[in-house]
Design a protein around this ligand. Structure first.
Ligand code: ZN
Length: 68
């Protein structure tokens, strides 16, 4: 079955770095982060942004389901 969220997963930062959505957010080494594959590259987001991204996706999916 085709999945629309196959490119999204949790992983753990191997080193400290900035969140892709907001450069003021720092993801510390060992922190959980949301990994989204976009083409050949991967973007990583802090938990705060991950929640917004996932909820935003859910709203979109719900609106598509409502339209069935
Ligand atoms: Zn963030």
């Amino acid at each position: 079955m085709k999945s629309i969220v196959k490119n999204v997963a949790w992983d753990v930062a191997l080193q400290s770095h900035k969140c892709k959505r907001n450069l003021k957010h720092i993801i510390a080494k060992g922190d959980r982060r949301l990994k989204i594959k976009e083409g050949r590259s991967e973007s990583h987001y802090c938990m705060q942004c991950a929640e917004k991204i996932l909820k935003g996706g859910l709203l979109k999916i719900n609106s598509l389901i409502d339209d069935i």
